[in-house]
Design a protein around this ligand. Sequence first.
Ligand code: ADP
Length: 591
Amino acid sequence: MDSNTSIKRLTTLKIIGRLLGFLKPYKFLVVLAILLLFFSTGLALATPALTKTAIDNFILGKNIALLPKVAMLLLVISLAESVLSSLLRILTEYISQNTVHQLRKTLYEHINNLSIGFFDWTKTGDLMSRITADSHAVGQLYGFGAVNILVNFLTLIGIFIVVTIWEPRLGLLYLALIPFVVIAMRAYAFKVRPLWRKNRQTNGEITSIMQETITSMRIIKLFGTEKEELLRFSTKNREVCDLLISSSKVSSYWQPYIGFLTSTASALVLLIGGSLVIKEQLTLGTLIAFTSYLGLLARPIRQSGFLIGMIQSSAVAGERIFEILDTTSNVKEKEGALDVPDVAGKLTFENVSFAYPKSAMIVKDISLEILPRERVALVGPTGAGKSTLISLIPRFYDPTSGRILLDGVDIKEYKLKSLRAKIGFVLQETFLFDGSIRDNIAYGKPDASLDEIREAAKAAEIDDFIMTLPQGYDSPIGERGVRLSGGQKQRIAIARVILVNPPILILDEPTANIDAGTEAKMEKALLNVTNSRTTIVIAHRLWAIQNAGRIAVLEKGQLTQVGTHTELLALGGFYKEAYLEQSLQAKEVAQ
Ligand code: ADP
């Protein structure tokens, strides 16, 4: 995770408090739900009280005339309670689903706004599991969890009040039970929380492994490592299984303990309450009502184990969600940042140095001025820092020291979105989205007309090919669509850039993965796209070098040579050697 992540563990209460904060937009509905809950619990508690009156006043008082009325009242109460409970269930489901929806949206939005550095250190699968599984776990708290916790709490308090009014000694007996329940609850929560945390973590790891293996299936098959991957997966899968068994073991101690506690309470009530009835200090109706209350209590007490588990699981899931929400972007937009005006495209590096978090300096003290419409080739050995250097231009990362200027203005003065809109990228790997060819070309300018799209595709030397497809520009790309070659994908990426028409263009070895047959087309497309803009091209191939105005040589993060092809050949060094080697190879291929 990013260096700015707050790693400190939050307490369960704090996390729950923060999670409940997401209910704010529904505060009126929450109040309505609480009112419904109050009434339905009140009605549930009224039944034994009514039974008490029926026994003491009407049955023992032999008042047969009023009995049907009491029975009727009992029916009405039970009906009203059912209706209120159903309404409550619908309302809480509405609140809970909407809150989870909002939480997921906030999380996804936040992730989208984090700087690239965050993604260097975070596993995709783990992130996906936080967005899906963890948000789902939190949803339980908003719906079922919150309602049951409140109902149980109200039931506990309500019974205590009613019973104490009737007979304070029964109230005391009731109170005496509470410490046993609380101690057991705490012990249970203490045992269960680490298990749930580990469980959620391991679930994240499983998703990561699945994501890695599914996206790297070709490599796995080529190296024949299916067995090893399966082993990696099953180890984690087994861990989750063991963790779940361990948590049920803990809850299996809870159930008998609570069962024993409630049976003891019933025996005590029979013993103490029964003798009070015999001594005529307590009415039979009260004893029977109290026994019914104990029956009502058994459910919340038994359920509390499950609810504690659920709260712990939601708290751990919440913690994983807040870990991301508390991560701030390393690349921040300045307050009052400006839109980039129409620029000529002069790029200036002023003593730029950069190190990744916890790494040594990768780019060291680079000073270079690239003029508008100039084409500069960046060459150097693998690992010299070329990709790193160009990733500083759209501010994927910010220089550790030094500045980058666009037409003389520090790029940090500009809005990130506006800055990035001025920079076109064509990388070695082109990512195409599910959708039609047309959508993919218009990705950066969704309102472009078909004519504009075709113009761009023509300049990218891909229009001919698209027109041979039965559905033309509407042909779908992706799993069920047209399969494109590496070169075709690259040319679609070039068309995408041409359509947006940015003043600056960055090419990262765009011809590296292309076979010789399509290279000529690709080179023509590249010439078209680079013609009228400032271009930096990371290049190994002769093409880019021959067409570049100047060549900059980067070695071990430092600019060692900058000059034209002829100048660098005269100077000797890395460039001359690399050039001669490539020319030799080219000749060998030609022969
Ligand atoms: P080049 O493009 O010249 O091959 P790179 O810029 O890709 O070089 O890499 C330069 C160095 O930076 C390498 O040592 C590489 O391991 C390191 N590096 C690249 N990306 C990251 C990253 N996201 N986090 C940490 N180190 C990185």
